[in-house]
Write a new protein. Structure first.
Length: 309
């Protein structure tokens, strides 16, 4: 079943500044395209500037009067996250209405980042965690700011081990598929844990409680993301891609739940996880105070960041 489209009135009501990570292709590009029709400004924050510029031109073909900008951001490098925020501050941008943390990765090879973390974990969870923390001074200046994370239903099968693939080397065959998707599931679980703990801490701060947080599962989407995700022979990849193309969702369909999570007038704290365009609950681990707080504090230490509210 395809998720319901976001009503035009919700899209047209958004008039602020939106930052969309990973907006050069797939679901991220479709999110940016939908927002560009009414937003004051949409920033495509991407690792590849060339691909982001190409996406910008495609968006402007549909919305020629839109203000669409491109900024460099590599979530797998914490220094790149800090540099992005530094540039934002230095050019005098004081307000962000929507931070859409969409970029992600699922790796066909075990790898660690230069910061020393498993790559799925940093690209999907830790990088966006640091970005969210550092952008709070700009989000707080908006009247109804929101942070929305493109999550995944596989977070429900994640385990509490962000370094589960810390030894570099190839994944291969059926074992490789299992290991790759377990690492991806783990990273999405940590994304949910940190997002929920951040939401609770913001809610306790009189100055920050108007910042809402939501997450969304786009579904199984046929895109470049899934096309390069399998550590198996190309003939198997071709078969899986054909099946995904036939029965999976298009990037536009995948963007719908994310847009619902980003633009719904209010977010129910008990149901901040959107799937098939409807609010739902987070993985059960997120309700465990000790697990959630420990994960959050661990990620603060890993980022060498502080959260003073």
């Amino acid at each position: 079943m395809s998720p319901a489209r976001v009503p035009d009135e919700l899209l047209l009501a958004f008039r602020g500044t939106a930052i969309v990570t990973g907006a050069n292709v797939g679901v991220g590009e479709q999110i940016a395209l939908a927002l560009a029709g009414s937003a004051q400004r949409v920033v495509l924050a991407c690792r590849s500037l060339d691909k982001a510029e190409a996406a910008r031109h495609r968006i402007l073909t549909v919305h020629p009067r839109a203000c669409v900008e491109v900024e460099a951001l590599d979530l797998s490098a914490l220094d790149s996250v800090r540099a992005f925020v530094k540039r934002w501050r230095e050019r005098g941008d004081s307000r962000v209405d929507l931070l859409c943390c969409n970029a992600g990765a699922i790796l066909v090879e075990k790898a660690c980042t230069e910061d020393g973390f498993e790559l799925n974990y940093q690209a999907n969870a830790l990088g966006h965690f640091l970005l969210s923390i550092l952008m709070l001074p700009f989000l707080v200046n908006a009247p109804s700011p929101r942070i929305t994370y493109t999550s995944s239903g596989v977070a429900f099968s994640g385990v509490l081990d962000p370094q589960s693939a810390e030894t570099p080397g190839p994944w291969s065959g059926l074992t490789g598929i299992r290991d790759a998707y377990q690492a991806y599931s783990n990273s999405k679980l940590y994304q949910c844990l940190s997002a929920e703990e951040l939401r609770r801490r913001l809610a306790r701060s009189p100055r920050h409680r108007h910042i809402s947080i939501s997450l969304a599962h786009p579904g199984f989407v046929y895109s470049q993301f899934t096309q390069r995700a399998l550590p198996v022979p190309q003939c198997v990849v071709a078969l899986v891609n054909t099946v995904t193309w036939m029965f999976g969702r298009s990037p536009e369909q995948g963007s719908r739940s994310v847009l619902w999570a980003a633009l719904s007038p209010s977010i129910d704290p008990a149901r901040p996880f959107y799937a098939d365009s409807r609010p739902s609950t987070l993985p059960p681990f997120c309700e465990d105070d000790r697990i959630r707080v420990d994960a959050f504090e661990m990620m603060l230490r890993e980022c060498r960041a502080e959260l003073a509210l």
